[in-house]
Ligand binder design. Sequence first.
Ligand code: NAI
Length: 793
Amino acid sequence: MSVAEYFSSMEYGPAPEDDQPARAWLAEHGASFGHFIGGAWCAPSSGERFETRAPASGDVLAHVAQGDAADVAAAVAAARAAQPGWFALGGAARARHLYALARMVQRHSRLFAVLEALDNGKPIRETRDIDIPLVARHFLHHAGWAQLQESEFADWSPLGVIGQIVPWNFPLLMLAWKIAPAIALGNCVVLKPAEYTPLTALLFAELAHRAGLPDGVLNVVTGDGRTGAALVDHPGVDKIAFTGSTEVGRHIRKVTAGSGKSLTLELGGKSPFIVFDDADLDGAVEGVVDAIWFNQGQVCCAGSRLLVQEGIEARFIAKLKQRMATLRVGASLDKGIDIGAIVDPVQLARIEALVEAGRNEGCSIWQAREVALPNAGCFYPPTLITDVAPASTLAQEEIFGPVLVTMSFRTPDEAVALANNSRYGLAASVWSETIGRALDIAPQLACGVVWVNATNLFDAGVGFGGYRESGYGREGGREGVYEYLKPHGWTMPLRAARVVREGGAPASIDGVDRIDRTAKLYIGGKQVRPDNGYSRAVYAPGGEFVGEVSDGSRKDVRDAVAAARNAQKWSQASTHNRAQVLYYLAENLAARADEFARQLARRADVSVNDAREEVDASITRLFSYAAWADKFDGAVHSPPLRGVALAMHEPLGVIGIACPDEAPLLAFVSLVGPALALGNRVVVLPSEACPLMATDFYQIVETSDVPAGALNILTGARSALLPALAKHDDVDALWCFGLADEAALVERESIGNLKRTFVDHGRRLDWFDRSSEGLAFLRQAVQVKNIWIPYGD
Ligand code: NAI
């Protein structure tokens, strides 16, 4: 027998991991758990418990508490009580606690790895080599951010109490992603693990307590979606951080609308895995294995859509099938398996139903005959689906199982079009040996993570998160830290003198006509009349008639959004070019500063001196954003894995902006400035009370080389225009500064395309303060795309 024959006929023997230490921990607790609140175990107030099972065998592992509103309230109270003291400890002391947690995870790594594999059904090889080391890395990395908090985030404060809801696919890793940044920066947490996989979170809470984490900093309340809903509803929670299905994420956005709670959502995906004809095909086949059969395909960023260039399709699929035949499916504690169990029969049924739907739509389904499934437990074989139409169920729906759908493309443009033909936008893999091609494709992909010649790479120092309906917010890296902070200035009271409605000294109106001309809308670079042909009178706060503006309608909103959509050139313009245009705006406003000040004084009933101060501040602010336009760069991360990750700042696309009544010119430029500087196209609703400053401003825009459609200005009734913007699916983000109920409306109506919202909840910012400029706004004007590229060896 030759060595080759020997290898091809050799059978695998079982290589079981000992589960006794994990079973002993369960037995120590009588295989029955309460919640972990305020540093102690607490029985559920209802007395209700439910089973958690090992998916690989179906055996009951333990009973855990079903949390209700009373349990959630107790946990929130414990977190609230602990938070001031935890923050007051200071960054360096908190850093030591996080280091202690990292070391605790390393000390108990095998226990965590076995318990996770048992409870989730995933291979021990993965929990041992991927999940648990990454958990430790997260605490270590974020210990560093705690250490640097006072110097790096001096103008920012923690949010307070954070409600975190995690799914079952990476139970402990998601816990780490959520709690490490939150507690590092001085927040306290109530975490709800997924109902299928609560055990490692409970073990973590117990061991963290033993490692000296102060009581109440981390509280774990177990239960199903009802417990999650109670946490979302609790008024004492300052932020909800959620990972899970797009459906539940959307629901959470809706029910938290107007509550003032911050929200980050990490949702589903249907990520493309693109193989060009010049790719290393064998490498790419291994990439597919990691993309879709890692964790049984139960990965939000799984490369679940294989897009192969036509010329190599047949050869690539043949290689892939050959590789699929060698995959081994089996019990999670067998160290020799590739694919473990599906988390629960409910999920298995979901996968089966979706594949069946594909069969009915005419797709071809292939599974290797050589792959045997265990007799008991919850398993699904690796599956390849061909003959898939781009619009079919299987090409569009997240299957969340070991099922790969494949399509082919001819040209790079076609690859991009297919890749972006999805409501999601989480991740993508690009395979090509031509670096120029891969790096040409990466910026064209509408997603938050791109891996070049690699897949499913993660690191605590590299941000992760989606575009479109894959959610918003980032986890990991500096951008993930900001998700748990708020700028100091956002709680400062408004300076009374700036309130437009409060009047002031009678304005000097020398040289100014008492009646303004009728201002038009500004859409697509043109002054246009409103669709309905109506105008609105505008009065100064003292009641004096000061002019008329167009009464824009929903149709005008549609036209303005279409104009903004078509102005992609602004997003593609060089940062140098955008900076120049913003300098030009500032320069042209400066040339007319006296006139703007006199008009502002009359229309807003403020003294000429105050008005002049506002105009000057507006000019300075435009200069600042011109300066930022070519400086708010991304970053290059050096993860301890392979290559580097380019964190690129990309514009969001079309941003709708609703301005407040305070400081009608300064607030307008403070919001439009960062959005334009970073390459977004804008549809802006100026102050309803004092809109004429914005309509005067379009004369500045017209003389400043702003391309048509990059900035569109709509006047009219806010009650008609704002809902139309909020509901429009071609608006990517909506900023609303003004009244609290407008913020609620914006958040509630944003759920259609899950647009990013940035609202002040009626807080009334001081637009003259330096906290109303800079990072807090620039961050909101970009989304970060992390592109992992090979670099060095
Ligand atoms: P899910 O979104 O229902 O569950 C995720 C978490 O949210 C769990 O902790 C759950 O208890 C909690 N939850 C459920 N309803 C809630 C509510 N109304 N309020 C607050 N929390 C709530 O996801 P599920 O049902 O486990 O899986 C269904 C599908 O969702 C999967 O097949 C997959 O397509 C997707 N999914 C995506 C994940 C991701 O990482 N992006 C993770 C898990 C599921």
